[in-house]
Design a protein around this ligand. Sequence first.
Ligand SMILES: Nc1ncnc2c1ncn2[C@@H]1O[C@H](COP(=O)(O)OP(=O)(O)OP(=O)(O)O)[C@@H](O)[C@H]1O
Ligand SMILES: [Mg+2]
Length: 279
Amino acid sequence: MGRDADTSAAVTAASRERIVGVSDLTVVHQRRGGGRGERFAAVDGVSLHLDAGEVVSVVGESGSGKTTLAMALTALGAHTSGMVELLGHDLARLSQRQIRALRPEVQVIFQDPHGSLDPRQSVKAGFKELRGLQPQRTSWIDDAGLLAQVRLSPDLLDRYPHQLSGGQAQRVCIARALLMRPRVLVADEPTSGLDVSVQAEVLRLLLELRESTGVAILFISHDLSVVRRISDRVYVMRRGRVIEQGATQAVLDAPQEPYTRQLIAAVPGRTLRTAQVAA
Ligand SMILES: Nc1ncnc2c1ncn2[C@@H]1O[C@H](COP(=O)(O)OP(=O)(O)OP(=O)(O)O)[C@@H](O)[C@H]1O
Ligand SMILES: [Mg+2]
């Protein structure tokens, strides 16, 4: 981690609000299938930050702790030690009630959009349920306007999840997240289950939403071509630790760690350069 990782962040720190700050975070799990008391750190001393309007990626092989880290900072998962600050609040110091009040600020988008939607609920009924939970927070936009934000036609309001394509279902999930006007979107492999052409559309949509709403995005992926395309900065995780970090282009064009080089070598079409895909 010798790189001057946070140069760009340091430059903008004065002008950008810190949305998420994680320091020395450790999450210990019981080892699956292991004997009683067999515990291990799925996240091990991680520090990370995310400022308003940033897109930051977390990459690493399967099991490196990406989802565990993400859950800790959504205030959904517990953490064992270290500090998670959300919008300036230290989560460990908040009451359950205060945490509940903060939760809408962080919305999560998962890999499998159909799995995230209730199969018995039309798109419209799903929106209605969310509006019932947070009437004031969600009154800023009507259903048709919300679908327009994710480039979907209002005709889809009466559809059920099985009547949506994967790309449409993921847009509905993004719309549901947006309805809460979050400050952070945590996107955990949001395009891994989609066709390549649909992947590109969803990534473009996320970048547009960052521009139009200023939402910060924590993007979790093992696909470095996607990470290169979408993120300003990147953290590389291995076995629960951040082993390399910095501006995306710097890390991916000149990785310092052999592990990062291996991840890059595993990506098909790895010669794709940031400039080529930015359009
Ligand atoms: N609730 C849990 N109880 C026990 N072990 C867990 C739990 N959740 C995750 N783990 C373990 O913690 C480690 C990190 O898991 P995590 O899901 O965070 O990895 P990941 O980087 O998101 O992987 P993937 O790319 O496959 O999604 C893995 O060894 C996993 O088996
Ligand atoms: Mg995961």
